[in-house]
Write a protein that binds this ligand. Sequence first.
Ligand SMILES: Cc1cc2nc3c(=O)[nH]c(=O)nc-3n(C[C@H](O)[C@H](O)[C@H](O)COP(=O)(O)O)c2cc1C
Length: 182
Amino acid sequence: MFKEFETQKFYYGFPIFLIGYEDDRYQYNVTTCSSSYTLGDMVVIGLAAQSNAVKQIEKFKHFSINLLSSEHMDLVEKAGFNPAKDKLNLYDIAYEFFKDSRVPLISKATISLIVNVEKIDYQGDYVNITGKINHRLFNHELLEHPTFIREKFEPFLYVGDDKKRVYRFVNKIVIDGGSFFE
Ligand SMILES: Cc1cc2nc3c(=O)[nH]c(=O)nc-3n(C[C@H](O)[C@H](O)[C@H](O)COP(=O)(O)O)c2cc1C
């Protein structure tokens, strides 16, 4: 039997990542995000309209998506609890660039995606940013060239409602998609 759950929001498990972006005040910056989906080369991220990240991404039209391993949870909170601060410098967060791109990549990330903005869509207090993925960069430990070593990638999820923010670590992998279907 179902019962209605009263809440303003319910986030049912979304991978947490850091967005790297150019910043007109601090040159480069970083913000934590868990709102995204991707289909092929397209990726959509969701951000609060008043965030510094939206302002800067709207201006520079590119950003990176950086996935971390769970040993770097501190970065999630440093980039997620300090709105509009100079977070990369404040916490001495190492970043780097790929070729001649000006999009900062978080050096401790296991996977970084470089994205060009295609569309920005304001929805009340939130903004959906649709982008095209131009590069998918993987730490060498996740690759036995040219294969992705899926077992070594450990995304972690944000699960939350009005009352509580929960991190969920994913530690079970079924390599063979399709093996449940008879
Ligand atoms: C685990 C976690 C997930 C978050 N997910 C989002 C998100 O999906 N969208 C968003 O706008 N903010 C999200 N935030 C909050 C932003 O990171 C936070 O408001 C940040 O300080 C904004 O910084 P800025 O104004 O410098 O861009 C998240 C924070 C944490 C810790």
